[in-house]
Design a protein around this ligand. Structure first.
Ligand SMILES: [Zn+2]
Length: 331
């Protein structure tokens, strides 16, 4: 049981647990301490403190305090044993999405340890450190994820099932730059861009989870849709925060309906200008589908052979791209 307890504490922090239960808090002085209203009684001034490093809480109002298990005992009126079982069940409810969060966080920490990864990100024109942080860009060097996750208490079976680890026990994303796809702050899939010769694009075998960053982009009445996350990154960096991405040119029905979820919205499709016309063909097909669904669509023509990423890499400015948007035409 002791081992169970240690595993639980590593996999879920007190703060995380409270946040999931919609406890709102602000930092109190030190980076590790948070304060908010006490969940155990009504109060007008916040007196419930959480120390994130020590994983402990203390309320100056009711003088109750302790760790995560103690919190569950008090809030759910359970015994120690029952609380442990309760937490295990709670964890089982969302193990995969939590696993993806932990993986994304791990990869994010790795990025700056490997010059080849940092170089690749720079090479793709993504230079703003705040943006790299915001997108959660990480790196899978390969060979160290499995041990990290097993140490956190995840079963090898779960790692295989999510596709993070291949049957040989190695990272499925080996030598890839990683960008997590999130919904409501939680990773729902991971995108991996190979920095070597391997097949360039990889996603986990699960839903892409809607359009990228739709929670913020969906607020715009004009939206730019691109194929790849590195296209999106350079456009965000250039100030076009109304850019979203479907990761590929094929949109799921859910993604299509997202584009149409605000009346009068105009979608600028900025796919790759491939020499074999594949991108142009996909653009026209999508514009037609959007128009059929009552959504205004325009097709952005970049110079031949370019996608938004390579266009900026070749020296284009925000003004150049804006001019392309202004020249964009409907069907
Ligand atoms: Zn209290």
């Amino acid at each position: 049981m002791h081992q169970d307890l240690e595993q639980l504490k590593q996999r879920i922090s007190l703060l995380e647990y409270l946040q999931r239960r919609n406890w709102t808090a602000r930092r109190s002085g030190s980076r590790q301490e948070f304060v908010g209203f006490c969940p155990f009684h009504a109060e007008t001034r916040p007196s419930f403190y959480v120390n994130a490093r020590k994983n402990l809480f203390y309320c100056h109002g009711c003088e109750r305090g302790g760790d995560l298990i103690r919190f569950v005992e008090l809030s759910e009126h359970l015994s120690f044993r029952e609380s442990l079982a309760y937490l295990k069940q709670h964890m089982a409810a969302a193990p995969e999405s939590e696993l993806l969060d932990k993986t994304a966080a791990f990869y994010q920490l790795q990025l700056h340890r490997y010059p080849e990864a940092v170089e690749y990100v720079q090479q793709r024109g993504v230079r703003d450190p705040a943006l790299i942080e915001e997108l959660g860009v990480g790196y899978a060097r390969g060979g160290n994820l499995r041990r990290h996750l097993v140490d956190l208490g995840y079963s090898l079976d779960l790692l295989l099932r999510t596709g993070l680890i291949n049957p040989q026990g190695r990272d499925a994303f080996c030598r890839r730059v990683i960008i997590p796809c999130r919904r409501q702050g939680r990773a729902v899939n991971l995108y991996g861009r190979s920095i070597g010769v391997a097949f360039p694009h990889r996603l986990l075998p699960r839903s892409k989870g809607g359009l990228f960053a739709w929670e913020s982009v969906g607020a715009f009445s004009t939206v730019i849709l691109v194929e790849g996350l590195f296209d999106l990154a350079v456009l965000w960096q250039a100030g076009f925060r109304n850019t979203t991405c479907a990761i590929g040119t094929h949109l799921t029905p859910a993604q299509l309906s997202q584009l149409g979820d605000q009346p009068g919205r105009c979608i600028y499709i900025a796919f790759d200008q491939d020499p074999n016309q594949a991108g142009q063909h996909a653009s026209r097909l999508l514009a037609q589908r959007l128009e059929n669904a009552g959504v205004n669509a325009r097709i952005v023509a970049l110079p031949p052979g370019h996608d938004p990423n390579s266009y900026f890499m070749a020296g284009a400015t925000a003004a150049d791209f804006l001019a392309c948007l202004q020249r964009a035409q409907g069907l």
